[in-house]
Design a protein around this ligand. Structure first.
Ligand code: GLV
Ligand code: MN
Ligand code: MN
Length: 411
């Protein structure tokens, strides 16, 4: 019998249990990649994969896989499902974890029902998707897809100065397999939308057909430290003010543009960082995104021109590129299949563009890939208030179940 329902309690309890890992003394959930908290989450996941009877494997960039294969299907390329379990600082409990535990739930359901898929089904939890500690984001899946050499990735230095390779070894998650050891036939990622569109428009499922381009840069502006009381405004080279002007410049451009362009300055620090000293140096990050590659380039060029203007005023400016990924178009056949299975269940579905970065955008370099979104209440994410109605979490996992049945030839 082909199952049509998942075990809702197992899925929701599993999400709650993983979500309790990495809470600090103030109850803030933070499992940055390759930290002790991430190790706890990883160990918890590995135990769950093993308990489900999956073959657990970890590759050299720390990507975790749980594979369900049988003697009769072992030679076929696997269908890969998954996402990530690392988090940003003070995160919600669904971003990434829903895709990993939703995939595990689908596999456990199919296994328990005694189905015999024509190809193995595997779940992956990719390393460092968030990019909150190690840039670029989607690092584990990028290496898996061959987009970044392993040694370069392992040498990546964290915001706290640690080296990724050392940290993976320290937490016991530097595996032995070469990234890319597993060649998927297709990849599907279940995820919360993390934006307001599905809820606002009354849809329960998003069939993600595109994902916007991402540009991350770190800018350092150097001016001159001076006395905050005695230096006339006209005689300052205030690096902090120059940084603030840059943030306002980007936001005003994005606001005026009447396009989906978004611009964020998420980190900023000053030196010497003293109340009565004009800042000599400001360092800040810029996150620019747009579904259109041409427009994204225009935004990058506008930022460069703005920074050149600051140089002309006497500031020194350096720019480091942290991440750059072009917009991605997902596999049309899988997107259409997601729509079909959602409609067959009577779930209102629409096609959607992902505003967030996802591992699927990297794995799409290897094989046909697509994503299933469920609504985010209030469009809130990267925030502990991130939430999705239980019924929607279950519906999304059941759409994944139906899709997996179709993609693995279960009859
Ligand atoms: C990843 O979560 C991103 O889109 O920043
Ligand atoms: Mn995510
Ligand atoms: Mn995220």
């Amino acid at each position: 019998m082909i199952p049509t329902t998942i075990d809702a309690t197992r899925l929701l309890d599993g999400l709650a249990a993983l979500g309790r890992i990495g809470l600090d003394a103030d109850g803030r959930r933070t499992r940055l990649a390759a930290t002790d908290a991430d190790r706890e989450g990883r160990d918890h996941l590995v135990a769950r994969l093993a308990a489900a009877g999956l073959e657990v494997a970890i590759d050299r960039i720390g990507n975790i896989f749980g594979v369900w294969a049988s003697e009769e299907n072992a030679a076929a390329a696997p269908l890969l499902l998954g996402s990530h379990i690392d988090t940003v600082v003070n995160a919600g409990h669904l971003d990434g974890c829903y895709g990993v535990l939703g995939a595990l739930e689908v596999i456990e359901t199919l296994k328990a029902a005694g189905t015999r898929p024509a190809r193995p089904i595997a779940v992956a939890a990719f390393t460092g998707e968030e990019g909150a500690r190690f840039a670029p984001d989607m690092l584990g899946s990028l290496v898996f897809a061959g987009g970044l050499p392993l040694d370069e990735a392992l040498a990546t230095v964290a915001t706290d100065g640690a080296r990724l390779g050392d940290e993976l070894a320290r937490i016991g998650h530097a595996g032995t397999l070469d990234p890319g050891h597993l060649r998927p036939a297709a990849y599907v990622e279940l995820h919360i939308e993390q934006g307001p569109v599905l809820e606002r428009e009354g849809f329960r499922i998003g069939a993600v057909e595109t994902l916007q381009g991402i540009s991350w840069q770190k800018v350092t502006i150097t001016g001159q430290a001076n006395h905050a009381g005695t230096t006339p405004m006209s005689m300052r080279r205030d690096a902090g003010l120059a940084a603030a002007r840059t943030a306002v410049f980007l936001a005003e451009r994005a606001n005026r543009s009447n396009t989906p362009t978004v611009a964020t300055v998420g980190r900023m620090s000053f030196a010497p960082d003293v109340i009565n000293v004009v800042p000599a140096r400001a360092t800040f990050t810029v996150d620019l995104r747009d579904p259109d590659e041409g427009r994204l380039r225009e935004e990058e060029a506008a930022l460069s021109a703005h920074l050149a203007g600051l140089e002309a005023e006497g500031f020194a400016v350096t720019v480091e590129r942290l991440a750059r990924f072009e917009p991605v178009v997902f596999d049309a056949a899988i997107v259409a299949e997601i729509e079909r299975v959602a409609r067959a269940r009577g779930l209102p579905v629409r096609r959607i563009t992902s505003g967030a970065g996802h591992d699927a955008q990297m794995v799409a370099r290897l094989c046909p890939a697509a994503m299933i979104f469920v609504p985010s209440i209030g469009g809130v994410s990267h925030n502990p208030r991130e939430a999705t109605a239980d019924a929607d979490l279950v519906a999304g996992a059941e759409v994944l179940l139906d899709l997996v049945v179709r993609l693995t030839g279960i009859r």
